[in-house]
Design a protein around this ligand. Structure first.
Ligand SMILES: Cc1cc2nc3c(=O)[nH]c(=O)nc-3n(C[C@H](O)[C@H](O)[C@H](O)COP(=O)(O)OP(=O)(O)OC[C@H]3O[C@@H](n4cnc5c(N)ncnc54)[C@H](O)[C@@H]3O)c2cc1C
Length: 377
């Protein structure tokens, strides 16, 4: 890959540290976690000790780095084909919401623990009847003496079994649609919170994705994030960074699998020669390589804009759309080059292919992203 000028020397050193952590703490155990359907809490503690969580937040809430450090963690996990590890939601979604909109006391309660990996974060937007169309959500926060009473159900919640704290989107005024949405920090060990069984998924098996239920959960008044009824605006403000994070995962996953596949087709023989000596194999690899190089160039531009606090939401939508669609296409082509072994869950490419499918769905589906981009034309 060409030199990436968006990163500084301290990022490069940090990336090396992330790689070592992955080799030592994740690689030997990941297949077992896939069978378990969850990553152990001890991994989060180890990641916290290694300074891999809440990278972009100032100390003591995080590493004291910037979005470039966050990108190193996101990319290296994806490049090594561990898309089921839920660090990015914790560090790059939940933690920034708390940093930006929580009261100082709520921030101090949760963020240092999240940085140390002692508390795990989740974000709870989606409901059985409201995914893309969030303004239809039903989870209700009613004002009561001293705070709010929360009732409702969320689904597809990443880190759902492990999580201790969640940013929950609820309405304080259902008749106002998007105008009633508000964000709350919810301690998931509060009375009235329960969790469903792990959801049966076609990929990301090491990821504990569950439903969450809230029944008369009492929230202290200061657990409201920012102001009432401004939740939709807050979601929009954070979405550009979140979409870029998903785009970076997608690109690094495809690049990692391209490297793996080149190794495979060099050693696998058919008709008396290595697969790479068949022209079709080289053409498929060449197309993937050329398209990924173009994608990388655009993503690094977006990354530079994000680090300068200037990433435009439409460009972030373009980044996620391009990256996740290309990842899907490239991984499918690379799987084909593995023949029957590509379809085996023993080989990384099969896992990458299944894990990747979700990236075109969460964080805004490809259709919603096209809609966002289309409206600006
Ligand atoms: C593995 C995984 C992890 C997830 N993690 C989380 C999480 O941590 N927290 C969380 O809150 N959610 C999470 N989600 C949920 C995810 O954000 C939603 O699935 C996503 O927003 C889509 O919502 P939906 O599933 O209700 O689909 P729907 O909104 O019902 O969409 C169905 C189809 O209709 C299309 N569609 C919808 N509206 C339009 C339109 N206006 N124009 C054209 N097409 C349209 C969609 O693009 C899609 O193809 C996760 C999902 C998955 C798969």
């Amino acid at each position: 890959m060409a030199q990436r000028s968006v990163f500084r020397d301290d990022h490069d050193l940090f990336r090396e540290q992330v790689r070592r952590f992955i080799d030592e703490q994740i690689a030997p155990h990941y297949l077992q976690w896939e069978r378990d359907g969850i990553t152990p809490r001890s991994l989060w503690k180890a990641a916290g000790d290694a300074g891999l969580l809440n990278c972009q937040l100032p100390e003591p809430y995080g590493l004291g780095g910037d979005y470039g450090h966050a990108a190193c963690v996101i990319e290296e996990l994806a490049r090594a084909n561990y898309l089921g590890i839920g660090f990015s939601i914790h560090s790059d979604m939940v933690a920034p919401y708390l940093m930006q909109y929580a009261t100082p006391s709520v921030r101090d309660t949760w963020l240092p623990k999240m940085a140390r990996g002692e508390a795990i974060g989740a974000i709870a937007m989606t409901e059985p009847g409201a995914g893309s169309d969030l303004k239809n959500l039903r989870t209700r926060a009613e004002a009561v003496q001293g705070g709010y009473r929360l009732n409702g159900q969320k689904t597809w919640i990443t880190n759902g079994s492990n999580a201790d704290v969640a940013v929950v989107v609820a309405t304080v005024a259902p008749e106002l649609g998007a105008g009633g949405l508000s964000l709350f920090c919810v301690d998931l060990h509060s009375p009235g919170v329960s969790r469903g069984a792990p959801m049966a998924k076609i990929g990301q098996h090491a990821q504990d994705t569950t439903e969450l239920f809230f029944e008369d959960v009492l929230l202290p008044a200061d657990y409201l994030l920012g102001e009432e009824r401004r939740g939709f605006g807050y979601l929009e403000q954070q979405l550009a960074a979140e979409r870029l994070a998903i785009a970076l995962r997608a690109a690094a996953s495809a690049e990692g699998m391209l490297t793996e596949t080149v190794g495979y087709v060099r050693q696998r023989k058919a008709f008396g020669r290595p697969l790479i000596d068949h022209q079709n194999t080289r053409f498929v690899l060449a197309s993937a390589s050329a398209q990924l190089a173009m994608l990388r160039s655009f993503l690094d531009q977006c990354l530079g804009e994000q680090m300068a606090g200037q990433l435009d939401p439409t460009r972030a939508a373009m980044a996620k759309l391009n990256a996740t669609e290309l990842q899907g296409q490239v991984l499918d082509d690379l799987l084909q080059l593995h023949g029957g072994y590509g379809y085996s869950s023993e080989y990384g490419i099969g896992r990458a292919w299944a894990d990747a499918r979700a990236l075109r769905i969460f964080g805004g589906t490809s259709e919603i992203l096209r809609d966002i981009i289309g409206r600006t034309l």
